[in-house]
Design a protein around this ligand. Sequence first.
Ligand SMILES: NC(=O)C1=CN([C@@H]2O[C@H](COP(=O)(O)OP(=O)(O)OC[C@H]3O[C@@H](n4cnc5c(N)ncnc54)[C@H](OP(=O)(O)O)[C@@H]3O)[C@@H](O)[C@H]2O)C=CC1
Ligand SMILES: O=C(O)C1=N[C@H](C(=O)O)C[C@H](O)C1
Length: 263
Amino acid sequence: MKTHIAINGACGRMGQRLVALAKDDPQLHLVAAVNSATNPLQGKDAGEVAGIGPIGVPIRYDLPIGVRIDALIDFSAPAGTMAVLPVCVDRQIPIVVATTGHTEEQKAEIGAAAHNTAVLYAPNMSLVVNLLFKLVRLTAEALKGKGFDPEIVERHHRFKKDSPSGTATRFAEIIRDVQGGEFVHGREGIIGARTDTEIGIHAVRGGDNVGEHTIIFTTIGETLELVHKGHNRDSYARGALLAAKYMANRPAGRYTMSDVLGL
Ligand SMILES: NC(=O)C1=CN([C@@H]2O[C@H](COP(=O)(O)OP(=O)(O)OC[C@H]3O[C@@H](n4cnc5c(N)ncnc54)[C@H](OP(=O)(O)O)[C@@H]3O)[C@@H](O)[C@H]2O)C=CC1
Ligand SMILES: O=C(O)C1=N[C@H](C(=O)O)C[C@H](O)C1
């Protein structure tokens, strides 16, 4: 049986790739393509917006009533997540939140929604980035107390609205979880020597970069760098579609990309 999915943020860079890849997947049926009410593409065919020709699914600003939705994928903006979340809770629609840049309060609300519906909230849907989360934890554990300075550099396209990336923040949280310490975002001025407890986070913005993360562990005499470079957005989109299939019919609770990917 096909998984019936809805996409929030369907007109965006990620939303368009999800629409296109879902169309080619015989296990998926796209039943709703949602985007902000003010978007000029409202009412247009989601396939046309995605550049694959008409698919009979119009862009709309809310979820259709009386239509079976097995999972919703959200690649929008923090306000977009918070608009669709209560509807998913009310209708017990499993939700895959891929949007980044939420406030701490919004993150808590997303977490609380898991009492009532299935929630997967991940800053990165790529298989190998999720593997890298594990490798960074392993590295932080191995190098703990051995005098290595952790620094994270992320690079993204000029249009990205949030900084640092959700993925960079997750890498930093993993290192802090293992080693302790505090986040330092960029550096400027006469700031003095680096302390032993800093976890540096640096955001580069420009061009059409779909996402790069470099996790640096450096000491006097040598440096280890763990690097991921996205080539296009499809690794994120494929991971999210896999997550939607995994989440369909799951009971309320929190799920992770490690669950989905079997990592
Ligand atoms: N977890 C992961 O693997 C990945 C996560 N992301 C994250 O996904 C999000 C989207 O990225 P991207 O596609 O590049 O961004 P875009 O800006 O290209 O797309 C976002 C889309 O969401 C729409 N939107 C904004 N507000 C709302 C709302 N209130 N309700 C419904 N739709 C809304 C926008 O419409 P409008 O233009 O009208 O505002 C736009 O069409 C970002 O937070 C990004 O960081 C991106 C890639 C991978
Ligand atoms: O906005 C993007 O493009 C991306 N955002 C995500 C993030 O903030 O971590 C994931 C990926 O790096 C692409």
